[in-house]
Every structure is written in C-alpha cells, then in structure tokens.
Design a protein around this ligand. Structure first.
Ligand code: ADP
Ligand code: ASP
Ligand code: MG
Length: 409
C-alpha cells in the first residue's frame, strides 16, 4: 500500500466547487489503494484579506496576534474539505497544526518547524481515514499558535511527507507545474519535466513563488519526491528530485524575478577597518536578511554602501539605517523601493562559462541598466528598475531559448 501527501493551494480550494473537486481527487487516490494525507491552504485570497484587515487596525500589529488571525484561514479549509470527503462516503478527520504536534520555534509569522509527532495521523490512517491537515501553521513550546511564512503550506506538506516517509508529495496548484519562468509574465514559458532540489530551492528563493523555498530544504534533506501539478487537470507536472549527472547538461533551467525587494544606500560611509562588519552586524542583530551588498570605490576616505532587503523588512531596515548613520559616520541614507531582482538558475553553470555575458547582453539590448550583481555556483542575479523587470525577464528567457525543450544529451 502506498502513501501520498497531497497539498492543495489556495486556488485549489477557493470555493465550494473547488473544495468538492479536491475531495474527489483525494478519494480517488484512496480508492487506488493509498493512504492519503491532504494538506490544505486557506481559500484563495483569504490570507491577503486577513493581512489587509489587520493593517487597517494598526500599522504594527503584535506578531503573535497576527498568527492567531492568519491560522484561522487554514482551519476553515480543513473543516470544509473533511465535510466534502465525508459527503463522498469516505471517512476523514481534520487537524489543526497544534493537534498533530507541529512544534515550531517562536518567530511569529516566520516560524520554523522543529518537530512533528505523526502519531495521531498514523492512528487515523490505520483506522482507514483520510487525514486532512491545516497547512502553514504550528504551535510553539508555550502553546502559542505560529505560522510558517507566506506559502508555508508547501513546507507543512513536505515536512509531513518526510516524517511519514510518504512515496510522493503532490503539490496541487493553479499552473501545470514549474515553468522556465512565471507563465503569467512570460507567455511562452515551458513546463519543466524534472528539476533538481538545488535549482528549485534557488528559483523559489529568487521569486518563483510556486513552492516555498524552505519546503525544498526539507525535501532535499529527507529525499522527499515532489510532484508539482495542476488541480485543474490530470496531466503530469514537474518532478523535483535528487540531482542526476545529465542535469548538468542544461546550463540555465529557469529564470525568476522578485519585485519584493528594496535597496538601501548608506552614503559617505567612512572607509575604515571594521565598518562593513558593524553595518552587517546591525542587520544580523535585528534578524533582517541582507541579500546583495555593493560598496563603491573609496573617494577621499569615504564610500557608499548599498544593500538589498525584502520589502517586508524595510521598516526595520530603515530604523536601523537611522541608527547606523552616527555609528559609522555616514552622511545619510536613501531607500529605493522600485527595484527588482532578476535571476537565472541552472546547475549546468558549474561547468559552463559565458552565462553572465549572455544575460547582460540581453539586458543591454533591451535597454535595462544593471544596478547590482551577485552570483553563486548555480545562479546569477541582478538588480534592475522594477518597472522594466517583466520585460527584462522575457528578454533573458528568450536569450537562453528557455521556451525550447533542451536537446537530449
Ligand atoms: P498555491 O496557492 O497553489 O500555493 P501560489 O500562488 O503560491 O499557488 O503559486 C503558484 C503561482 O506561482 C502560479 O500561479 C504562478 O503565477 C507563480 N509562479 C511564479 N514562478 C513560477 C514558475 N517558475 N513556474 C510556475 N509558477 C510560477
Ligand atoms: N495561506 C498561506 C498564504 O497565503 C499559506 C499558503 O497558502 O501556503 O501564504
Ligand atoms: Mg503557494
């Protein structure tokens, strides 16, 4: 007997019809002889609505209360889906994260899973029931409800598949799989058949929101086979799996853009030993993730230092920059919210050269100026004007001919 974890994203449970159709798919998987665990997101748009509602109450709501609020979305979905399965004549039982011991740390709104106690799920499966679990949520050691960051239901699903040693973790979403770029931005983007964990991890953290990046960390660590596919049809989607040698033959497997970025520039920073450490130390102490860093040439003993942070951390970063001005003897700081990060990813970059050149040429031909650059073994990222980001993505996608099936090696 097989075991499958199926995760249904927001669009896939958006209304009663979609919930019924998810229930039918779940029942079908059970009828095929599988033990089935369904992980469910809040109905499409509901989490955004709750975030918006909270922002109308106050500009800085306590994060603990935010989690109390946001976790209600998934709780609605599991109850409704369990009702829909019941209506089809199968036994189902819904669980909130806390009820199945999804224990996290206490970083409200971006908590990390520390432990899962699968015993209640196993008990339910052994009683021939379908287990329906709320995604995105957990509980800390003091029984405070927590959430796992936007898109966190993916992580719940993969983590459960890991502890239960499921055969596959199916991610049902509103596109046919993982594409070479967001198909809503690049119309000729191509569905990828198979992708390595490392590539998916990079694409996800660089803006391809189809999977939460942290879920792929889990998948890689515990060897969880992921199948990203559409809840609107039965066609094969994208398998995210352990790397195999022939994957290196594909130089660039995908491109992504993230508009959720801001650039902070500290002007006229004293060019002396230890200053960069002080600045970066300040960001680390406040738990603000700094992505790209660039320092200008020193002129009369002073430099400019630019850093990028996520928009969600911008208000914390501004407050810190204010403090840093005196501490590092800077003239002042500027914030540019209208930037985007554009990246290309592929494990073949390890063994092929010329990728940066091709990318930069394509951007130049499109009239897109590059503000910052960063590279790693399997990716190249640039910061560009946000207004040009979609065009830039399409240009880079075309330059690497990502719309074409890669030639067999
Ligand atoms: P769900 O609610 O099912 O979790 P998400 O909205 O989180 O769905 O993720 C699916 C969306 O991710 C798609 O609708 C698509 O617009 C976007 N997306 C961004 N990059 C990619 C990509 N490379 N491949 C597929 N989808 C992508
Ligand atoms: N409902 C949450 C969100 O919208 C979690 C998820 O959908 O994965 O971010
Ligand atoms: Mg998602």
């Amino acid at each position: 007997m097989g075991m499958v974890v199926q995760k249904y994203g927001g669009t896939s449970v958006a209304d009663a019809e979609r919930i019924k159709s998810a229930a039918e798919r779940i029942v079908r998987a059970k009828a095929q002889g599988n033990k089935v665990i369904a992980v469910v997101s809040a109905r499409g748009g509901l989490t955004d609505e709750l975030v918006d509602l909270a922002s109308q109450i106050s500009a800085s709501v306590p994060r603990r209360e935010m989690d109390m609020l946001l976790s209600t979305g998934e709780q609605q979905s599991v109850a409704l889906l369990a009702m829909a399965v019941d209506a089809l004549g199968e036994k189902a039982i819904s669980f909130a994260g806390a009820q199945i011991g999804i224990v996290t740390d206490s970083f409200h709104t971006k908590a990390k899973i520390k432990n899962i106690d699968p015993s209640r799920i196993i008990e339910a499966l052994d009683a021939d029931k379908i287990a329906i679990v709320a995604g995105f949520q957990g509980v800390d050691e003091n029984f405070n409800l927590t959430t796992l960051g936007r898109g966190g239901s993916d992580t719940t699903a993969v983590a459960l598949a890991a502890v239960l040693k499921a055969d596959v973790c199916e991610i049902y979403t509103d596109v046919d799989g993982v594409f070479t770029a967001d198909p809503r931005i690049v119309s000729d983007a191509r569905k990828i058949e198979r992708l390595s964990y490392d590539e998916m991890m990079e694409l996800a953290s660089l803006g391809a929101r189809v999977m939460q990046a942290r879920s792929i960390e889990f998948a890689k660590k515990y060897d969880v086979r992921i199948h990203v596919r559409s809840s609107f049809n039965d066609s094969e989607g994208t398998y995210i799996v352990r790397e195999v040698p022939e994957m290196e033959g594909i130089v660039v497997s995908g491109a992504a853009v993230s508009k959720n970025e801001a650039k902070i520039t500290l002007r006229g920073v004293e060019d002396k030993l230890g200053v960069a450490a002080t600045i970066l130390g300040g960001f680390a102490a406040r738990n603000i993730n700094v992505d790209m860093i660039i320092q200008s040439q020193s002129a009369s003993g002073h430099t400019d230092m630019s850093l990028t942070v996520g928009m969600g951390e911008l208000s914390d970063a501004r407050a810190l920059a204010e403090e840093l001005i005196d501490e590092v003897g800077a003239d002042g700081f500027e914030v540019d919210e209208d930037v985007a990060k554009l990246s290309v990813v592929g494990i073949g970059m390890r063994s092929h050269t010329g990728v940066a050149e091709k990318m930069f040429k394509a951007l130049a031909a499109e009239g897109v100026n590059i503000q910052m650059i960063s590279t790693s073994e399997i990716k190249i990222s640039v910061v560009v004007d946000e207004a040009l980001a979609d065009r830039a993505l399409a240009a880079v996608h075309a330059a690497f001919e990502l719309e074409k099936e890669p030639a067999p090696k």
